[in-house]
Design a protein around this ligand. Structure first.
Ligand code: GDP
Ligand code: IMO
Ligand code: MG
Length: 428
């Protein structure tokens, strides 16, 4: 029993969706607290695949799901997702989905600016998802953002859009050489969307805290990963929110005293989409093997994910930054068939070994990985359901990760399906 935060430890796509879905079985509420539809979380239940970008991954377990105040929400995408899940027979009525009145709205001009900036940056682009995430968080910090509360009020919405466009249209036309946006068209469109979203909008912090007071259990679902965090990641090649566990409190409106534990999702190797440093990246056959066997294509943009060995500098950084109480190691099955496995334990830079994750991108870009080698296994492990059943070399690989991370592996995932899981420690 308790309230658990679930975060990605690497650069996203660690398998958070699958694990949140699995753990939600015994939870009551599931809460997204940051990011937006830059996320793509995959769940596979009875062979059927679901991808969600905004709706928390507890929805398939019929749990009450909250989109917290810290999330940036594209209303059109949210409505499309509600329709997509509804078509698949999932109940996404306001009984199961709640949207914070304080969450920020991603507007059309946020998406335009995101894409215009990336184009202008050329080769120096970040490789964003183009969903308007950065510009929306900028407006939030500049105190000119539109919250769902404003979205429901035609007069406030009109005034805010007109004010925003004074600046955005100047940028679009004069700086990027693009067509301006029309305030009245935006307002008319938004008011239609607002009518549809109205039943979902609530003071989510009040609802979540009332639930906790009554003994209900909550899962807080992180998006992206620790190394995409705006403070702690590979800045500027990061997303625009704090992805670490501490932000679960801010982004959901709960106190830190309510958090029982923090689980870090660790892919058994490493992947990254978009640009930015990746010290353990592989450019050889083994990297291709991981990419192909792991079907490493982005769930949001379909981009090919870059692949490399498991990086313990990254994982130890995630343990410290998130206060991880347990690890969930995913995609272990993908490593089967490799003769040897490597674990990156440090970075060699200018004749020295660096073992802390550096803030300086020069180090991260120009270091080489220092690795230790472990023997691989050939067996197909997807049908295994207990730690004991695993091949000796797979057990040794997990044990070595636990040792180096100084954190226990609570769950091991051996396939995309909900049931393809080895639970070592139960959390609820
Ligand atoms: P998220 O963003 O962290 O939720 O992860 P994504 O859904 O973007 O990417 C993870 C991918 O790996 C999805 O296609 C999952 O279905 C898949 N997956 C999750 N766990 C496992 C596993 O243990 N083995 C394999 N082979 N695939 C997995
Ligand atoms: P989930 O939740 C992987 C990456 C983008 C880009 C950078 C900034 O599925 O793990 P943004 O659009 O956020 O401004 O892009 O962050 N990125 C992700 N990479 N998984 C994600 O989410 C990501 N969300 C953003 O590729 O490099
Ligand atoms: Mg993803």
């Amino acid at each position: 029993m308790g309230n658990y935060v679930i975060v990605g430890t690497q650069w996203g796509d660690e398998g958070k969706g699958k694990i949140v879905d699995l753990l939600s079985e015994h939870a009551d509420y599931v809460v997204r607290f940051q990011g937006g539809n830059n996320a793509g979380h995959t769940m596979v239940v009875d062979g059927e695949k679901f991808v969600s970008h905004l709706v928390p991954s507890g929805i398939l377990q019929k749990k009450k799901c909250f989109i917290g105040n810290g999330v940036v929400v594209d209303p059109e995408v949210l409505l499309e997702e509600i329709a997509y899940l509804g078509d698949k027979g999932v109940d996404v009525s306001p009984e199961y989905l709640r949207l914070s009145d304080r969450a920020q709205v991603i507007m059309s001009y946020h998406k335009r600016l995101d894409n215009a900036r990336e184009i202008k940056k050329g080769d120096a682009k970040i490789g964003t998802t183009g969903r308007g995430i950065g510009p929306c968080y900028e407006d939030k910090a500049s105190r000119v953002g539109i919250r769902f509360l404003d979205f429901l009020n035609a007069d406030v919405l009109r005034a805010k859009v007109i004010e925003a466009l004074n600046e955005k249209n100047f940028l679009l036309e004069k700086y990027f050489g693009e067509a301006p946006e029309d305030a009245e068209k935006i307002v008319a469109h938004c008011l239609k969307l607002a009518e549809e979203l109205k039943p979902y909008i609530t003071d989510s912090s009040v609802e979540i805290n009332t639930g906790m007071k009554n003994g209900l259990n909550v899962v807080f679902e992180g998006a992206q990963g620790t190394h995409l965090d705006i403070d702690h990641g590979t800045y500027p090649f990061v997303t625009s929110s704090n992805t670490v566990s501490g932000n679960a409190c801010c982004g959901a409106g709960v106190g830190p005293d309510k958090i029982t534990g923090v689980l870090g999702i660790v892919k058994a190797y490493t992947t990254r989409v978009g640009a930015g440093p990746f010290p353990s990246e592989l450019f050889d056959e083994t990297g291709n093997y991981m990419q192909e066997k792991g079907a490493e294509f982005g769930a949001t943009t379909g981009r090919r994910r870059r692949c490399g060995w498991l990086d313990m500098v990254v994982l130890r950084n995630a343990v410290r930054l998130n206060g991880l109480t347990g690890l969930v190691i995913t995609k272990l099955d993908v490593l089967g068939g490799l003769k040897e496995l490597k674990i990156c334990t440090g970075y060699a830079y200018k004749g020295e070994v660096v073992s802390d994750f550096a803030a300086d991108l020069n180090i991260l870009d120009n270091c080489t990985q220092v690795c230790e080698t472990l023997p691989g296994w050939d067996e197909d492990i997807t049908g295994m359901r207990s730690f004991e059943e695993l091949p000796a070399n797979a057990k040794a690989y997990i044990k070595r990760i636990e040792e180096l991370a100084e954190t226990p592996a609570d769950v091991i995932s051996v396939g995309p399906g909900r049931e393809e899981t080895i639970v070592i420690k139960k959390h609820f």
